[in-house]
Ligand binder design. Structure first.
Ligand SMILES: [Zn+2]
Length: 207
């Protein structure tokens, strides 16, 4: 960006998804910034891909910190705000999250990687099992679906637009919170069989 160096766009689109879902940038010492991406500790492949994407996007040495149930992938650089211009004070739902023109271009070229990153951070692939009586017998059916939960309307817009681009059908439902100091959460789900099959070609269950 600021250095004019070539960008690994594939890794960037994935990391952007992780960052928008579960990442933070905070000011550190001497004009540097700390990028922190929270991953579930049980998904070791995902943690590894997060680390390698950080390295591919910028020549830094990521390090990890263990927290209860989660592994935080971190890296220090002066340039995180150039790489993720969505950086700003306060939680993401309280500020405008809009991709810059160059980021939109990267996402248009690598939509699947952004979608993967978002579902890998704040999403999951789960299977609903339902029981139906068919000619006097109970039959069990499984319906896999993808869902993504986040409190930022802007991030839902980015995901929805990108799913439209690849041709996946989705639905977004907002559940109002009753708790004080909590935000309403929007859950986007992809449940239509064809669309789930499409996402399975490039996402699949987390591991
Ligand atoms: Zn910079």
């Amino acid at each position: 960006m600021c250095a004019g160096a070539p960008l690994d766009e594939n890794a960037y689109a994935y990391l952007l998804g992780l960052y928008l879902g579960d990442g933070h940038i905070v000011r550190a010492r001497k004009g540097t910034y700390l990028l922190a991406i929270y991953c579930s500790a049980i998904y070791t492949d995902l943690v590894e891909e997060c680390r390698s994407s950080v390295r591919a996007v910028f020549p830094v040495k990521p390090f990890t910190r263990e927290k209860p149930g989660c592994t935080v992938v971190q890296a220090v650089s002066k340039h995180w705000p150039c790489i993720f211009p969505q950086h700003g004070p306060g939680p993401k739902h309280s500020r405008l999250i809009k991709l810059d023109a160059w980021q939109q271009e990267v996402v248009r070229a690598h939509p699947q990687q952004l979608i993967r990153g978002l579902f890998h951070s704040d999403g999951c692939r789960a299977t609903n099992r339902v029981r139906r009586m068919v000619s006097g017998e109970w039959k069990y059916y499984e319906y896999p679906r993808y869902s993504f939960s986040n409190t930022s309307k802007d991030i839902h817009t980015i995901l929805g637009d990108t799913l439209d681009q690849v041709g996946a059908k989705w639905k977004l439902v907002w559940v109002p919170t009753k708790a004080a100091h909590h935000q309403d959460t929007g859950t986007l789900s992809v449940a239509k069989r064809d669309s789930v099959a499409l996402l399975d070609t490039f996402i699949g269950p987390k591991s």
